[in-house]
Design a protein around this ligand. Structure first.
Ligand SMILES: Cc1ncc(COP(=O)(O)O)c(C=O)c1O
Length: 387
């Protein structure tokens, strides 16, 4: 039995497979078991933001493994304390504390609980085509495809959805029952759809008028992907809660829910806990990630190379292209047809990208991606789109 057959036989069948076995990564490259090299433009859906096997991050991880990997939060950890100070100081000043967990969906679960505890209200309003994860609470907010939700009914009660970039549709459903509105500054799984500044400003105003909290889910957009550490700061709109995961520890599982004073004042011992959250290993990786981003000007790089990437895709003359959307190194190429065939062709050409909705080819490369890497993607993209 080869490795593909083992995975097909022994793993629950909830993932489609891409048909290659990847065994090693270095920087922006991945290698399969045949030694073939791929340019990684998806980074595990935006996780390995500083590239694979980054020596600086790996040294920090190795060093921490030899000291202490895991420590429950009822004890104080030197490295967790340091990281907490750094991540909260790196966040906008309206977010003053961090709750730790291990994934994006868990960071959303915490946000739901914190919003209810803060306001004493039951309802959460999310956006159509928004994605917030697949545990029962987060799934109730997720609305990208009915098939993800329908088999698991009943989901959370008191959840409603409004249209993204249409604040009027929020006005029509928000009420004194609404604890929070949650949305992504750029819808990731929903097709790489950036919010407009006017929309976010209007949503914030409506939330304030109704005593409702605003939650930004920055699981995909956060940690520098858009050229700022947190995407919503491009728009100058504040929030009460921010969800973070994927990239902060460059691949060591970590999730965070950052909260304002108004929220933390309502929390109490035992209100929300978990075993692995804030473990020293993830925090050591997290500290090294923040240092690396600063020292190597990764935010500036994400903006510059991201702009170049989008310009170059827009310059491709192909009747198949509907639109190119995104911000920084979060880019969606929306085709007039299904993307699967083109993703497969790119993979055969040594370029790994990822779908978003069925027509979108999504690029989420490491923040260390360079223009020469973009040029290679463009060359291969032109080829597969013309075949
Ligand atoms: C915006 C957003 N929120 C939440 C999640 C869920 O994160 P995870 O898969 O780590 O649970 C994702 C995952 O893609 C996401 O993009």
């Amino acid at each position: 039995m080869n490795h593909e057959e083992m995975e097909m036989n022994y793993i629950a069948p909830t993932y489609g497979k891409r048909g290659i076995t990847l065994v090693r990564g270095e920087g922006v490259y991945l290698y399969d078991d045949q030694g073939k090299k791929y340019l990684d433009c998806f980074s595990n859906v935006g996780v390995t933001i500083l590239g694979h096997a980054n020596p600086k991050i790996n040294d920090a991880i190795k060093n921490q493994i030899d000291k202490l990997m895991n420590l429950h939060q009822s004890f104080i950890s030197d490295i967790r304390a340091e990281y907490s100070k750094r991540i909260v100081e790196a966040a906008p000043d309206y977010l003053t504390r961090v709750f730790y967990c291990n994934s994006g969906t868990e960071s959303v679960e915490a946000a739901i609980k914190f919003a209810r505890a803060t306001t004493g209200r039951p309802e959460i309003i999310a956006t159509k085509m928004g994605y917030h994860g697949k545990t029962m609470g987060a799934l109730s907010l997720t609305k990208t495809a009915p098939k993800y939700n329908n088999a698991f009914m009943p989901l959370l009660e008191d959840v409603n959805h409004f249209s993204y970039n249409d604040a009027q549709s929020l006005k029509e459903i928000i009420s004194e029952k609404t604890a929070a509105v949650i949305l992504e500054p750029i819808q990731g799984e929903g097709g790489i759809k950036p919010a407009t500044k006017e929309f976010l400003e209007e949503v914030k105003k409506i939330c304030d008028e109704n005593g409702t909290l605003l939650i930004f889910d920055e699981v995909q957009t956060g940690m520098g992907r858009t050229g700022k550490l947190f995407a919503h700061t491009h728009f100058g709109v504040s929030c009460d809660i921010m969800c973070l995961a994927k990239g902060p520890a460059n691949g060591v599982p970590i999730g965070m829910t950052l909260i304002s004073d108004k929220v933390s004042e309502k929390l109490f011992k035992g209100a929300h806990t978990n075993t692995f959250g804030g473990n020293p290993l993830a925090c050591a990786a997290g500290l090294a990630v923040l240092d690396y981003i600063d020292e190597n000007k990764c935010l500036e790089n994400a903006e510059e190379v991201g702009n170049y990437f989008m310009e170059q895709i827009r310059a491709i003359d192909s009747p198949l292209i509907r639109e190119v959307r995104g911000m920084g190194l979060m880019i969606g190429l929306d085709l007039k047809t299904r993307a699967t065939k083109y993703l497969k062709a790119l993979q055969d050409e040594g370029i790994l990208a990822f779908p978003s909705v069925s027509t979108v080819i999504r690029f989420l490369p490491a923040l260390t991606f360079q223009k020469e890497h973009v040029d290679l993607v463009i060359e291969k993209l032109k080829k597969v789109l013309s075949e």
